[in-house]
Design a protein around this ligand. Structure first.
Ligand code: BEZ
Length: 211
């Protein structure tokens, strides 16, 4: 059964490019992005893992650990990492799980038989410090993911965890946010002293409260 938002992300032990890990110990109470790719030595995946490595400081700023996964071996991962570093002008700086027996892929439902019987699809799980699944995304093999979007979602998740706000379409960190419907309009000034706009009784915005 596939994991749903709010489910506890299951723990696992796995071989990776940084040695054997226990997932919960590795993420250590931080936010985590666990994502799968179809196969090593493939072009789209090469750009995706390179992009992730280039964005390390952005993930660090968000207290977020990243792990990639495919059903290839650690030896394949190590060989391929050299290509990623060379072609994407970076240094892969996060573990790649070698899920040869597909244990983790099955636990996280990363193999979609109608897409491929054997390879993982491009799944993404954002997991909170409480180990709950906060976001799931599934992309086909032919479409590389937008890692700026993954960072943007983490910004929204972390903001909306701390404040009674939601983020509108295409929101980027620093832009106005939406006051959640549970707050009465007359209570907004006390909660959001930077001001607010009432566009409709159900659509009230305020400057991002933590900026
Ligand atoms: C790729 O990463 O380029 C890729 C992987 C599987 C199928 C198609 C493309």
């Amino acid at each position: 059964m596939s994991l749903k938002l709010g489910d506890i992300a299951p723990n696992f032990q796995a071989k990776t490019t940084i040695g054997d890990i226990d997932f919960y110990e590795y993420i250590d109470g931080k936010w985590a992005v666990l994502y799968s790719h179809p196969s090593d030595y493939t072009p789209v995946c090469t750009t995706e893992l390179g992009r992730t490595a280039q964005l390390k400081s952005e993930f660090d700023k968000r207290n977020t650990k990243v792990l990639a996964l495919s059903v290839d071996s650690v030896e394949d991962h190590h060989g391929w990492v050299k290509d990623i570093n060379e072609t994407q002008n970076t240094e892969v700086n996060f573990p790649i799980i070698a899920d040869e027996d597909r244990r983790v892929a099955e636990l996280y439902d990363m193999i979609h038989p109608n897409a491929s019987a054997t390879a993982t699809v491009r799944s993404v799980f954002v997991i909170g410090p409480d180990k709950k699944v906060r976001l799931t995304l599934t992309y086909p093999a032919s479409t590389g993911r937008n890692f700026n979007e993954i960072l943007r979602v983490i910004d929204s998740l972390q903001l909306t965890e701390d404040y009674q706000v939601a983020t509108p379409a295409d929101w980027e960190d620093g832009q106005d946010v939406i006051v959640v419907p549970a707050i009465k309009t007359e209570d907004i000034p006390a909660k959001f002293p930077k001001g607010h706009k009432e566009i409709k009784p159900y659509l009230r915005t305020t400057p991002q409260p933590n900026r």
